[in-house]
Design a protein around this ligand. Structure first.
Ligand SMILES: NC(=O)c1ccc[n+]([C@@H]2O[C@H](COP(=O)([O-])OP(=O)(O)OC[C@H]3O[C@@H](n4cnc5c(N)ncnc54)[C@H](O)[C@@H]3O)[C@@H](O)[C@H]2O)c1
Length: 274
């Protein structure tokens, strides 16, 4: 397993799914970790979010992998929470080398643009786009002082192409791709690299407890085996594994990707190449 040079990493959305896979992968690569998740449901989002016990389970898995790990319950919509989690990383580990912006929601969705409410639009943008902006700006202040850092934003193929009835999600992820490039230019002179990953449809692995693909299917009122339906659009004949995203995160976090700046790395089994 390649060494990640004892980095200090903050992972948002770490309670389950892709965030959990990224946290465990970074733990296996000798990073120290601060794990953030909202850890509760919120009325603006129509499906269960990660829980406090799921965040604790991710922490246990990271500890088992040998990593010093702190868990922090916080909402990326709250500036105070964002400032506090960055402060925690520095207080506990003395620095902050890596940020993985993984927290995100896929619904409220499933409506044509003319039926999207102002409130639903605002929720989507606040979590998926302004959340990473808040985390990045707070982390960048620390990373600038250090003169180094790597920020990885988990966008989506919805940051590259449109999907019918997902206007808010698509706009938030296109925004995150743009924000990645703009932040990369601001921060590159300070030794800080900012990159984005655009995953395609990810299998909701039971051991990771993620549920985003299930919620995409729910938003579209799909019946039957939704993973089989998504599989039909995959040139690779396979859904993406959360571990594939985690592996890309580990590479972007490390010095092995030192010349990769402002890149948008697509990990989608060929979906957007069709
Ligand atoms: N699953 C997929 O098919 C897929 C595909 C492309 C991109 N993505 C992106 O990957 C990321 C992770 O997705 P996932 O599949 O693990 O989803 P998931 O719903 O299983 O996990 C998302 C996590 O983010 C947390 N979160 C949500 N709102 C938050 C907030 N306001 N503050 C803090 N934490 C919050 C949730 O509690 C949850 O633990 C998302 O940004 C998503 O858009 C997922």
């Amino acid at each position: 397993m390649p060494n990640n040079e004892n980095l200090v990493a903050l992972v948002t959305g770490a309670a389950r799914g892709v965030g959990r896979a990224c946290a465990v992968r970074l733990a296996e690569a000798n990073s120290s970790l601060v794990l953030m998740d909202i850890g509760r449901d919120t009325p603006e989002v129509p499906y269960p979010l990660g829980s406090e016990s799921q965040l604790e389970q991710t922490r246990r898995l990271c500890l088992k992998a040998g990593a010093d790990t702190e868990a922090f319950l916080g909402d990326v919509r709250e500036r105070d929470d964002v400032d506090a989690v960055v402060k925690l990383a520095v207080a506990r580990f003395g620095r902050l080398d890596v940020v993985v912006n993984c927290a995100g929601i896929v619904a409220p969705s499933g409506e044509s643009i003319d039926r999207v409410s102002e409130a639903d639009w605002a929720t989507m943008l606040d979590i998926n786009l302004t959340g990473p902006f808040r985390i990045m700006s707070a982390a960048a202040r620390i990373m600038k002082e250090q003169g180094s850092g790597s920020i990885v934003n988990i966008a989506s193929t919805a940051g590259l192409v449109g999907y019918r009835n997902f206007a808010g999600y698509v706009a938030s992820k296109h925004g995150l791709v743009g924000l990645t490039k703009a932040a990369a230019l601001d921060l590159a002179p300070h030794g800080i690299r900012v990159n984005a990953i655009c995953p395609g449809s990810i299998h909701d692995a039971p051991e990771l407890e993620g549920r985003m693909l299930r919620e995409v299917a729910n938003a579209l009122d799909l019946e039957g085996d939704h993973e089989q339906l998504f599989l039909r659009d995959q040139p690779s004949n396979a859904l993406v594994a959360a571990e594939d995203i985690a592996e890309t995160v580990a590479w972007l976090a490390s010095g092995r990707s030192r010349s990769v700046v402002g890149a948008v790395v697509t990990v989608d089994g060929g979906f957007t190449s069709r």
